[in-house]
Design a protein around this ligand. Structure first.
Ligand code: SAM
Ligand code: SF4
Length: 336
């Protein structure tokens, strides 16, 4: 066990914050219909933190007690030279940082899987909402199903442990869930199902796609035997072992079974805005401190100040009930 700084980050509700999701770009090669509108406008490039700034930010966070960093986006692997950031942060593994990981749509993994392993990444999350090429294209508009499949194989061959994340969408991919359970089981991949969240406006009426996962679990239990698992990660999934496949399934239920009381994380956008909660507007802009104060004191003070104002919980259930986004910014900006 690593020593924790005496003044670790603790929020007003007594929750220790040791996990950061760091977005490195809002850009993406897909246009998933539940995540962003098809004609989304991306942020101006000069606003985006450089790789050096991102590394300095990561280093400062580790110094303040952050143990796990998940690199996200947008699609993190479309950012040019992104492996440099993984290599830089990877040097802190075992020296304050316990885990460096990423969430990706896998399209670029055929190019980067072994470099990620070389940088110290061991487990990654891959988003995969369908195993049917046509349905995949309808969801990701169109994405690149072939590259995603090749990316998953490349990750496994490189030695990365893969967890598949599937957003459960009523009337869109719910009929595929049992097949996804079997496919992941056969490949030895963990699977997490995720409830759709009302974040940022999209083209369709997103509330129509909301599927409460307790209902999905009940349906799965007609075919599979699910036993509560001891497996736990720093994330919000509740895991069950699946007797029939030997695999594991997690349920991420921000709407139907809120998990805010155990929240241990914050999110930082690629422009350096720290959001204390995915579903609230409370934020602290770190970019000024990062760019103008070379001593790092202002940056540390700004991060500590943000943690002191972390909200207790999100209000997704209210927003979902009225069918409007809880927050205006999109998921590719905040980082999933
Ligand atoms: N592009 C990468 C990917 O798709 O894995 C990383 C960024 S993406 C924003 C991170 C995660 O957020 C993905 O698993 C995606 O499915 C999920 N996501 C995006 N919009 C969502 C929404 N409105 N509700 C629930 N999950 C969402
Ligand atoms: Fe891109 Fe990920 Fe959003 Fe899909 S979910 S559009 S892959 S950022």
């Amino acid at each position: 066990m690593l020593d924790r700084p005496q003044n670790a980050l603790v929020d007003p509700y007594g929750r220790t914050i040791d996990y950061v999701r760091l977005s490195v770009t809002d850009r993406c090669d897909f246009r998933c219909r539940y995540c962003m509108p098809r004609d989304i406008k991306f942020l101006p490039k000069p606003d985006i933190l450089t790789l050096e700034e991102l590394e300095r930010l990561g280093s400062t966070l580790i110094g303040l007690g952050i143990r796990k960093i998940r690199i996200t986006g947008g699609e993190p692997l479309v950012r040019r030279d992104i492996i440099r950031l993984f290599r830089g942060l990877g040097e802190r593994l075992g020296a304050g940082l316990e885990e460096l990981t990423l969430t990706t749509n896998a399209s670029q993994l055929p190019h980067f899987a072994s470099d990620l392993y070389g940088a110290g990444v061991r487990r990654i999350n891959i988003s995969l909402d369908s195993l049917d090429a046509d349905n995949f294209a309808r969801i990701a508009r169109p994405g690149n199903f072939g590259a995603v499949m090749a990316g998953i194989e490349a990750a496994r061959e490189a030695g990365l442990k893969v967890k598949i994340n599937m957003v459960a969408l009523r009337g869109v991919n719910d009929h595929e869930i049992p097949d996804m359970v079997r496919w992941c089981g056969a490949k030895g991949l963990d699977l997490s199902l995720i409830e759709i969240m009302p974040i940022g406006a999209v083209d369709g009426q997103r509330s129509a796609w909301y599927l409460p996962l307790p209902r999905v679990k009940q349906a799965l239990e007609k075919t599979f035997t699910l036993t509560p698992s001891n497996h736990a990660t720093a994330g919000p999934s509740r895991y069950f072992d699946i007797n029939e496949t030997g695999g594991r399934i997690g349920f991420i239920t921000p709407l139907s079974e809120k998990f805010c009381e155990n929240c241990n994380r914050i999110r930082i956008t690629c422009t350096g805005v720290l959001y204390m909660c995915l579903g609230q507007n409370d934020k602290v802009d770190l970019r000024q401190a990062l760019r103008c104060d070379k001593t790092g004191a202002a940056l540390k003070a700004a991060i500590r100040g943000a943690i002191e104002k972390k909200p207790e919980a999100h209000d997704f259930e209210t927003a979902a009930a009225v069918g409007r986004p809880a927050v205006a910014r999109h998921m590719n900006v905040t980082g999933g």
